[in-house]
Design a protein around this ligand. Structure first.
Ligand code: ATP
Ligand code: MG
Length: 765
């Protein structure tokens, strides 16, 4: 095992004298070293598996680590303390729930639940949602918790902050009352548990002789404190990280923790790994060159023995749809040439970009799996719909009751619910059974709601499942609600897809006689045998054939949304955001949507730190590829309901040209920008997406006035020449400085819009 490592890696694995920090670049074997060290500790140093605490960044990484350990050692890794910060905190809090002042069955709020909780508070306290947008409140609370600050400790002077703190206080009280915790709370509550209970913390300090942390660069202050709490005088800390891959500053991650860790623990024990085992030369050197544009790096050299390999393939397309189709065609070709689907990843900067890609994959029948982000059954509208279905199956399901009793709004306010909750508590009944005890108008709204559910329950006895789902979407008001929402169309589509899922479920069930079926998405993933998983779902939930289709369908939905199936995508193309790709590697990587404003993200472009963080993100993205890296970009893209036109990402420009192989014309020669009516456009490439072009927002053209760029005064009528497009006449100029652009009528290729600062133009007259 150790013989396979290079000398620096084995030095790290077998490090004996105290704590250590492994500071090394992407693909240099940090994670491998960490895993090997765990095995080495158990096997060679006879450390008990229970004396080891290992923290990874994602559940997927934790599972991978456990399975690697299991492959090397004949031990049961199930009980080992290997997990994410959240997962490990959850475990500690469950074990010490009384000391943590929580009910044993405390529930964990996801982001959507958290927003709903905040909205309830705002409403009850008559806070103006336009002044205190729930998302801002959520961020405020999360950040305070990440700083370890309870409401009383927050320094607030101005009236706005004071109000925020007040909301924070109400939120805490409500969570406590309802026995729920959000993600940030898991960590803070656990930290307080350890800090306030020396008996408990000493117990763990003695127990955990070795604490190992992967992706240390992305820990925040609280997590560092948590680690410090668990490390006793005789524990050894082993942290691995790469400052160039710190990409969670927006969640409070602090690269400074690496510097602090060296000072606090690992002084003189910093080991650097510089050989990259993952990527071929072109990919690695391109990534190195890109990240060299950042400042304040801890500094490291990365090299590979693997040879140059292939250049990075760059492709510019007219629209996001064409981009998705092109990617899918290329994926298909890779699979045809023998690459395994799971060795191919399609990455994007933000979740919203996945839909077009998913659609193209789906219609091409290529199995795929979406990581991170929200899977179908976890999306807000689907969770609402499922809550209605759960209530239809059992009116006593309080969680579901609270989720939808006033969603869509039907005038049932927080106070009514509080009253209802009190009644239910007093008489120890589920909420639905306490409805009759609430008097007045509020009471009759509640009765009406229960009536609605009861009618659905009636219907469930006769209607086929899919029709029941359709009926529920209608009578619940969900359909009408999302029709009026600005971002509702995608959610409506998802709701319709739920009907389809139910339909498929029915068909499966009637064919197989099995108590569970599959959604189209799952069939797609698991073809050719869609029945493969059905028995497992039945077994897992102990459902038998007499189970109503509705209950079987609900069981299927919770399993699909839970963690249980996250790893069955072994034969599927992997889709994920760049953030979720951290630590992973693939033979081929498609890096899509490389447009300025998208990646780097528009919110970050104007501040240096933001841009540097985006560049690290780009570095992470590029270094996921082993053999082949694609970069794609689209001239126009539909995002958040608007068509936007962009130029190529500046990050593409930062990669030295020798590492790139342009499959389309080089973007810099042909920057399409959002300008005047395009009816005059005659270029072939342009016309392919011409239908969607019209006057774009903010398109101002300067006809008379000229624009000066690089000492040249550009104005209408000027004769120019371009290395590829030939000679042409300037029609209009606009913008200034970096944004200066011109429409030019080229004799050979028609009208093109070029960025004057980039295009290589020569003035002829
Ligand atoms: N000494 C070695 N010989 C052969 N392959 C190695 C060696 N060390 C690491 N590798 C392989 O190189 C790849 C990258 O390793 P690993 O994922 O551990 O790197 P990392 O530093 O954790 O990367 P990242 O920064 O992206 O998390 C893996 O496939 C790993 O198995
Ligand atoms: Mg790693």
């Amino acid at each position: 095992m150790i013989e396979q490592l290079n000398p620096y890696q084995s030095q790290a694995v077998t490090h004996e004298d105290g704590h250590a920090l492994i500071l090394a670049g992407a693909g240099s074997g940090k994670t491998r070293v960490l895993t090997t060290r765990i095995v080495w500790l158990i096997q060679q140093k006879l450390i008990s598996p229970h004396a080891i605490l290992a923290v990874t960044f994602t559940n997927k990484a934790a599972r991978e680590m456990k399975s690697r350990i299991a492959a090397m050692l004949p031990i049961n890794v199930g009980g080992m303390w290997v997990g994410t910060f959240h997962g490990l905190c959850n475990r500690l809090l469950r074990a010490h729930y009384r000391d943590a002042n929580l009910p044993q069955t405390f529930q964990i709020l996801d982001n959507t639940d958290q927003l709903a909780a905040i909205k309830r508070i705002l409403k009850a306290g008559n806070f103006d949602e336009s002044k205190f947008p729930p998302r801002d409140v959520l961020r405020f609370i999360a950040s305070r918790k990440e700083e370890g600050l309870r409401p009383d400790a927050v320094q607030a002077q101005d009236p706005y902050s004071l109000r925020m703190v007040e909301i924070y206080r109400l939120y805490e009280a409500q969570c406590q009352r309802e026995g729920v915790v959000d993600f940030a709370e898991l960590l803070l509550r656990c930290l307080e548990l350890l800090e306030r209970n020396p008996v408990i913390s000493q117990h763990y300090q003695q127990r955990f002789q070795h604490i190992l942390v992967d992706e240390f660069q992305d820990t925040n202050r609280l997590q560092y404190r948590w680690l410090q709490c668990l490390a006793g005088p005789r524990s050894f800390m082993f942290a691995v990280g790469d400052d160039d891959q710190s990409i969670y500053a927006f969640r409070g991650a602090r690269v400074g923790n690496m510097v602090d860790f060296e000072r606090d623990y690992a002084k003189g024990h910093v080991i650097r790994l510089e050989q990259n085992y993952r990527s071929y030369g072109h990919i690695l050197n391109a990534a190195n060159a890109l990240i060299a544009n950042n400042t304040e790096r801890l500094g490291k050299n990365l090299w590979t023995e693997q040879g140059e390999g292939e250049q990075i393939r760059v492709m510019e397309l007219a629209s996001d749809h064409e981009e998705a189709q092109w990617v899918v065609d290329e994926v298909r070709a890779l699979i045809r040439d023998g690459m395994s689907r799971s060795d191919i990843a399609i990455l994007y900067r933000s979740n919203a970009q996945s839909r077009v890609l998913e659609h193209a994959l789906f219609t091409s029948g290529i199995p795929y799996r979406v990581y991170g982000g929200l899977r179908f059954f976890e999306r807000q509208e689907i969770k609402h719909a499922l809550a209605y279905l759960r209530l239809t199956a059992s009116l006593d399901d309080d969680n579901s009751f609270l989720r939808v009793v006033n969603f869509p709004a039907r005038g049932i306010g927080a106070r009514t619910l509080e009253n209802l909750t009190d009644q239910a508590r007093t008489y120890s009944t589920p909420l639905a059974q306490a409805v009759a005890r609430v008097a007045g108008k509020a009471g009759s709204s509640l009765v009406q709601f229960c009536g609605l559910i009861q009618r659905l329950t009636e219907a469930s006895r006769t209607l086929p499942l899919s029709e029941l789902v359709d009926e529920m979407i209608e009578v619940s008001g969900l359909r009408a609600y999302y029709q009026t929402q600005r971002d509702g169309s995608e959610r409506l589509e998802n709701l319709e897809e739920l009907v389809t899922a139910a339909k498929v479920f029915e068909i499966e069930q009637s064919f197989s006689g099995l108590p569970a079926g599959l959604t189209p998405r799952q069939i797609n993933q698991n073809s050719p045998d869609p029945f493969e998983q059905a028995p497992a779902i039945g077994q897992a939930d102990g459902v038998d054939e007499a189970l109503s289709p509705l209950v079987a369908f609900l069981a299927h939905a919770s399993l699909e949304s839970g963690d249980a199936q996250a790893d069955d995508g072994t034969q599927a193309v992997q889709l994920m955001t760049v953030h979720s790709a951290k630590g992973l590697e693939f033979d081929a990587v498609f890096l899509t949507g490389l447009e300025d404003g998208l990646f780097p993200h528009e919110n970050s472009i104007h501040e240096r730190d933001g841009l540097q963080e985006e560049r690290r993100l780009m570095y992470v993205a590029m270094t996921r590829a082993r053999e082949r890296l694609y970069m794609t970009l689209a001239q126009s893209r539909m995002l958040h309901g608007q068509v936007r036109y962009s130029r190529a990402s500046r990050f593409v420009e930062e990669v030295p040209p020798e590492h790139l192989k342009w499959l389309s014309a080089r973007a810099a020669d042909n920057v399409w920008l959002d300008l005047a009516p395009m009816s005059t456009a005659t270029s072939g490439r342009r016309s392919s997406s011409g239908a969607g072009f019209s006057q774009g927002p903010g398109a101002t053209t300067t006809m008379a006035r000229g624009v000066e760029v690089g000492g040249v005064q550009y104005r209408a009528g000027l004769q120019v020449s371009h290395p590829r497009f030939g000679e042409g006449t300037v029609l209009t100029v606009s913008g200034a400085g970096l944004d200066a652009q011109a429409q030019i009528n080229f004799a050979d290729v028609g009208v093109k819009t070029l960025a004057l600062g980039i295009a290589k133009l020569t003035v002829l007259s």
